[in-house]
Design a protein around this ligand. Structure first.
Ligand SMILES: Cc1cc2nc3c(=O)[nH]c(=O)nc-3n(C[C@H](O)[C@H](O)[C@H](O)COP(=O)(O)OP(=O)(O)OC[C@H]3O[C@@H](n4cnc5c(N)ncnc54)[C@H](O)[C@@H]3O)c2cc1C
Ligand code: FES
Length: 658
């Protein structure tokens, strides 16, 4: 790599102060020829902006750690001239070696080496692309991501860095899906000496792990008191134990693998959504149950603290994990590969059997065990799909003055609840507020009534008056199990073998759940005892009570609607195709068929069968995400009918325009 191979000799042998070294570096390498001119050394290196920003942040922090003072504005302005920055990193590293007294600690030096390794990896990918090829590849890749996705983690800029699988392989374990669940599982197994292959349809983190708000919660968002009532106190204790173990696991892994992901422990607060006896009653019940679950919780009054919004009484949960989810899973991915595991991206699985999965290109991976970590398992198993409900959820990121809101996590007792946290940036903070969930696949007209984003904004501004402009906005999907607990373990499908494992039922707490799955599935595959296995088993019978009955009725209702809408008189959008606005879709009846018609931005019509290839429900147009959503089990297809989220594995069938 021309841009990273040879550090500038002058810099290498410099006897100047660290500050001067970098300033000189900037002058010599970036500023020669004046503003806007590319580096004099090596070809211009184009790095995808996600990688660039991440690396810039890492470099900035770590170089400061090394006593190197570097102007962030210079770095920011020079984003396009990445080769210079890589050279600075190399120069800094060399200088640090030559002047160990400057280095605060060997950890910092290791950090710089790790960054430099990362930089080299990213640049080797990036230099292969010409600007035109990169643009085309961005466009192509982004077609695989759908909907509103301007996330605070820059998921929208995510691109694959691992190869596509091109030939058949045999391995010990094949993991399908490279979100937090799949990568945590793969990481734990490679550490135990297993041969592991990960197959990812798009890029690591391109599912909900790139759209999360990333609270690694001690609190269980299905309430410890409800779990105790539904499943008993022992189960409540085990669930509490597994949440603590997940947070400890992330903390340990970040440390052991040197993953820079801004991991920190923060307080979390559960607060009443309204000033009512009922809401306060919930809080009191949850306080006692959380103590039973092993947490050192207490009731606090936050009313006097302006940094906590307009919140009064709340339960304080100490020790929640807070991190950057994409940086974390990138670190896991690197550790997997470093330890001998294999990751393939842009490798969508279109067929899965007991000991074999096949990609849409016909490449097979045979394995002793198959792990389906695809958010919702790629199977037709109603023992799973009929016991969890897919829901859309909404997030806004507000710019706030640095430090004006406490770095903590907040959740209210509303149903659906609001979830709030802070993400720190240079010069300002981002207040991330989520909530307003609705069932996936609701009819388009209902979205017009629900206005999830404007009501979320209003709700947030009433409580956090520091909230300034909205700078991020995105949506995502969670799966609510009817009996409050994740579904992690052997696939209950009688047709599949005991060597197929599923991870689902994330319930909006899949950072914790995915990490728990990583530990549990590793133990199951290695045939080790784990007392969480029974609790999270997808084969468990849900307890029958008012709450599970009502959740089951809701699911049945959506499924009935999904199937009933096949009838010619039901669920046709009232609008005429001529009146359809550009970039909008509608479901229409065409003879005996229900069709999904999308009018693109230029007025062109695209027609697909509205029958979901998973289990034949009728999809609905989602006007917020511009996607076709299935009300039965939550499959999502982009406006052009391409399957972007399972359980479906195929696209909507195109139909000729009549
Ligand atoms: C807006 C939002 C906020 C959230 N906030 C929180 C939070 O604060 N705390 C928390 O704990 N949880 C939160 N969650 C939930 C959490 O983000 C998810 O539960 C978690 O990311 C799920 O991880 P996963 O690895 O199971 O699934 P995903 O991250 O969705 O990964 C599944 C992967 O499988 C791939 N895949 C799918 N089909 C195939 C196929 N056929 N072949 C190959 N690959 C395939 C996908 O491309 C994807 O990359 C939130 C979720 C959302 C949407
Ligand atoms: S997701 Fe199951 S029928 Fe559509």
């Amino acid at each position: 790599m021309a841009s990273t191979d040879a550090p500038d000799d002058k810099i290498q042998s410099s006897k100047l102060s660290s500050h001067t070294v970098l300033t000189k570096g900037v002058e010599a390498l970036c500023f020669r020829g004046g503003e806007g001119t590319h580096c004099s050394k090596g070809p211009e290196v184009r790095i995808p902006s996600s990688g660039r920003n991440e690396l810039l942040r890492l470099l900035h922090t770590e170089l400061q750690e090394l006593n190197y003072i570097i102007s962030t504005t210079a770095l920011d302005r020079r984003e396009e001239h990445f080769s210079c920055i890589l050279l600075h990193a190399r120069a800094a590293l060399n200088h640090a070696h030559a002047h160990p007294a400057l280095v605060k600690g060997s950890l910092a030096l290791e950090g710089c080496k790790a960054i430099f390794g990362k930089a080299a990896g990213l640049s080797s990918f990036a230099t292969m692309a010409t600007p035109q090829a990169e643009q085309a590849s961005d466009q192509k890749f982004n077609e695989g991501l759908y909907g509103l996705r301007h996330t605070v983690w820059n998921q929208q800029d995510l691109r694959p860095i691992y190869p596509k699988i091109s030939k058949d392989e045999a391995t010990d374990v094949v993991v399908v899906g490279a979100g937090i669940s799949g990568l945590s599982t793969a990481y734990n197994l490679v550490k135990e000496g297993k041969k592991v292959v990960v197959l990812e349809a798009k890029a690591r983190g391109s599912g909900m792990t790139g759209r999360t708000t990333a609270h690694i919660m001690t609190w269980n968002d299905d309430y410890y008191y409800k779990i105790a009532k539904q499943h008993g106190i022992e189960v409540c204790k085990i669930v509490g134990e597994s949440h603590r173990a997940a947070i400890d696991f992330v903390a340990r892994t970040v440390d052991e693998e040197g993953i820079y992901c801004k991991f920190a422990k923060v307080d979390g607060y559960l607060f009443p959504h309204e000033d009512s006896d009922e809401a306060l009653g919930i809080l009191k019940e949850e306080l006692e149950a959380s103590k039973l679950a092993g947490f050192d919780v207490k009731m606090v009054d936050l009313a006097g603290d302006p940094a906590c919004g307009k919140i009064g009484n709340a339960i304080q949960f100490p020790g929640n994990g807070d991190f950057h989810p994409l940086m974390y899973i990138n670190g896991l991915a690197e550790a997997i590969v470093r330890r001998g595991g294999k990751i393939y991206e842009q490798s969508r699985v279109s067929k899965n059997e007991a000991h074999k999965v096949t990609t849409e290109d016909g490449v097979t991976v045979t394995a002793e065990s198959v792990v389906l970590a695809t958010l919702s398992p790629l199977n037709h198993n109603l023992a799973i799909h009929a016991r969890q409900e897919a829901q859309r959820t909404y997030v806004l990121g507000f710019k706030v003055k640095k430090g004006s809101v406490k770095k903590a996590q907040w959740w209210d007792t509303n149903e659906p609840y609001h979830y709030i946290r802070i993400e720190e940036r240079e010069g300002f903070d981002v207040l991330i507020v989520g909530g307003n969930d609705n069932a996936t696949g609701m009819p388009a007209k209902d979205y017009m009534k629900s206005t999830p984003f404007s009501s979320l904004e209003k709700w947030a501004r009433q409580r956090w008056t520091a909230a300034d402009e909205v700078i991020y906005q995105w949506t995502g999907q969670v799966y609510e199990p009817i009996d409050s607990l994740h579904l992690i373990g052997p696939d209950p499908n009688p047709a599949s073998s005991t060597d197929v494992y599923v991870v689902t039922g994330d319930s909006g707490q899949g950072m914790t759940g995915g990490t728990i799955a990583g530990i549990l599935i590793k133990d199951l595959i290695l045939k080790r005892e784990n007392r969480w296995a029974k609790v999270y088993s997808p084969s468990r019978l849900p307890p029958f009570d008012k709450s599970t009955a009502s959740a089951a009725v809701d699911i049945a209702e959506h499924t009935m609607r999904g199937y009933a809408s096949k009838s010619p008189v039901i669920c046709i959008d009232a609008i005429d195709i001529e009146d359809l606005l550009p970039d909008t879709g509608a479901i229409k009846q065409d003879g005996l068929h229900k069709v999904a018609i999308y009018k693109d931005k230029h007025g062109g019509l695209h027609k697909y069968s509205a029958v979901c290839p998973h289990m034949k429900c009728i999809v609905q147009w989602n006007p917020i995400d511009k996607s076709w959503d299935c009300p039965c089990h939550g499959s999502i297809f982009d406006a052009f009918g391409r399957c972007v989220d399972g359980p479906a594995k195929a696209d909507l069938s195109p139909m000729p325009l009549s």
